[in-house]
Design a protein around this ligand. Structure first.
Ligand SMILES: *Cc1c(COP(=O)(O)O)cnc(C)c1O
Length: 367
């Protein structure tokens, strides 16, 4: 059994990916070929954003966003302490300071109640993650940000395709960033990402920063980087985007199958992370919280069930930030000790799901 069937999709999509890649090899415009703009138009159309930029990765999407917003040494940016490392490392890359706040227990997303207290004179903005494909209560975050004149970036690396009320993830804040890392809901065949905004000025800046701060050829007005999206990745994504909506529906179906099981069979030491509290999820993972994680892992190993842990450490526990007082975000630390993801993909079969669930049935009295 695979943890995530990233190499499986309908035959006609597979054929189209191959045709699209051959086209790029034929036209030879490997850097910023026509597929880049074509993909950007499709992506922004899907979520109703005014501007989209394809970039080299989700991490670079965040970095380019912060650079365009003028984040500099000493600025404070508030982040949840429980996310993939990029959410905070990009802040440190610019010599600014990530301020880690706790998450809520049920959703593992940023605890909005902790936001206002973390704001100081040095605060410039907030980056929140839509973890596992679930968007937090953005209206509340935006309101606090507006009152303090802060920017808001959604790290939507796991949530492209998700919805909050009537809006789409990545189009809810000053800037929205996503990733097309192969295992994300919309995955490429390598590294890739995208940035969305409705602000023309920011768009122009980010467009320049993406290509060495270049305004036009050999005119570098801004400090930039090589953050371009690869044309071949765009060719792959242009094909995969055709089954994306269907895949989101399949994800929901497979998610519900697991969820129904866990709600019906009450386990003493186990809960499922709450999804879809404020809208539609992109169902990036299926996550459980359990005090019996070590026991469960042992049983998964003997039964050949793959699993993953997102994330075994909170970001502020990571050495790179050099913090000593990271132990204040209790819920994040607790979640890092209890969380586990079980095999999940739009194409997981019922038989495979049952095989996973059988482990839970077999050892129910210990779980
Ligand atoms: C994957 C991920 C990123 C980084 O995306 P890359 O494309 O791998 O650079 C950033 N934030 C979160 C929450 C992620 O899950």
């Amino acid at each position: 059994m695979q943890f995530n069937k990233i190499n499986k999709f309908p035959k006609q999509i597979d054929n189209e990916i191959k045709r699209n890649i051959s086209k790029v090899i034929k036209h030879n415009r490997f850097i910023m070929g026509p597929e880049v703009q074509e993909l950007e138009a499709k992506l922004k159309g899907l979520i109703g954003a005014k501007f989209c930029l394809g970039v080299s990765s989700g991490t670079d999407a965040l970095l380019i966003s912060l650079m365009a917003l003028g984040v500099k040494k000493g600025d404070e940016i508030i982040v949840p302490s429980f996310s993939w490392i990029s959410t905070a490392s990009v802040i440190k890359l610019l010599d600014a300071k990530p301020i880690f706040i706790d998450i809520e227990n049920e959703t593992c997303n940023i605890d909005i109640k902790k936001l206002s207290k973390a704001i100081t004179k040095k605060t410039k903005g907030i980056i929140f993650t839509s973890l596992f494909g679930n968007v937090p209560d953005v209206d509340k975050i935006n309101k606090i940000a507006k009152n303090h004149k802060l920017f808001v970036i959604e790290d939507g690396a796991q949530s492209f395709g998700a919805k909050y009320k009537s809006g789409y993830s990545c189009n809810l804040t000053t800037i929205g960033c996503t990733s097309f890392f192969p295992s994300k809901p919309l995955g490429a065949y390598g590294d890739a990402g995208a940035i969305f905004t409705n602000n023309k000025n920011l768009f122009k800046k980010m467009r320049a920063i993406r290509i060495h701060g270049q305004i036009k050829r050999h005119k570098h007005d801004l400090l930039g980087l090589n953050g371009r999206i690869d044309t071949i990745q765009c060719a792959v994504l242009l094909a995969k985007i055709k089954c994306f909506k269907n895949e989101l529906n399949l994800r929901k179906k497979k998610y519900n199958y697991y969820k129904t099981f866990f709600l019906k069979n009450k386990f003493k030491n186990l809960s499922i992370v709450e999804y879809e509290k404020f809208g539609k999820s992109a169902f990036a993972q299926f996550c459980l919280l359990t005090k019996k994680r070590n026991f469960l892992i042992k049983k998964f190993k003997t039964n050949n069930i793959p699993y993953a842990i997102y994330y075994p450490k909170t970001m502020d526990q990571q050495k790179l930030f050099g913090l000593k007082n990271y132990n204040k975000n209790f819920i994040s630390i607790n979640s890092s000790k209890q969380i586990i993801s079980i095999p999940f993909s739009p194409y997981i079969s019922k038989k495979e799901q049952d095989k996973v669930l059988n482990v839970f049935i077999k050892y129910k009295k210990y779980l």
